[in-house]
Design a protein around this ligand. Structure first.
Ligand SMILES: [Zn+2]
Length: 89
């Protein structure tokens, strides 16, 4: 399938409590966000989204060497966060 081919997704959202669609925006690096909640109040929806965001952020920041989260390393890890180049000086 060509990379730029339009794909149509059929999603049954009738029982969705929260839905967030992020699509490419009009400018370079921009996104368009379409968010709805139904049956959840916005504070509950925000807590769910923040939980997901924290989880994804921790995953993204995990050390590739020791698996430690967000700058926390196993004492034996050779990556030293104090060193910008990641060296073990
Ligand atoms: Zn590490």
């Amino acid at each position: 399938m060509p990379e730029n081919e339009v794909q149509l997704a059929m999603i049954d959202g009738r029982d969705a409590l929260l839905m967030v669609l992020v699509k490419p925006g009009s400018g370079d690096g921009m996104v368009a966000v379409d968010a709805h909640c139904n049956g959840l109040d916005k504070m509950q929806a925000a807590k769910i989204l923040m939980h997901i965001a924290r989880s994804w952020k921790a995953e993204a920041e995990r050390c590739v060497k020791c698996g430690g989260p967000g700058g926390v390393h196993d004492p034996a890890c050779i990556v030293h966060p104090d060193h910008a180049d990641g060296s073990a000086r």
